[in-house]
Design a protein. Structure first.
Length: 41
């Protein structure tokens, strides 16, 4: 995994969702990442 800084920009993730009739489809879920962690000295 590469190291990068979090910008606070929304992130899109695709998740499988099953509806009430049992059909599964993909949905996009947007979220804002948590605050960037500070590095321990």
């Amino acid at each position: 995994m590469s190291k990068h800084e979090t910008t606070g920009a929304p992130v899109c993730r695709w998740v499988a969702v099953t509806d009430a009739s049992g059909r599964t489809h993909m949905e996009a879920r947007w979220s804002v990442p948590a605050a960037a962690h500070t590095a321990a000295a």
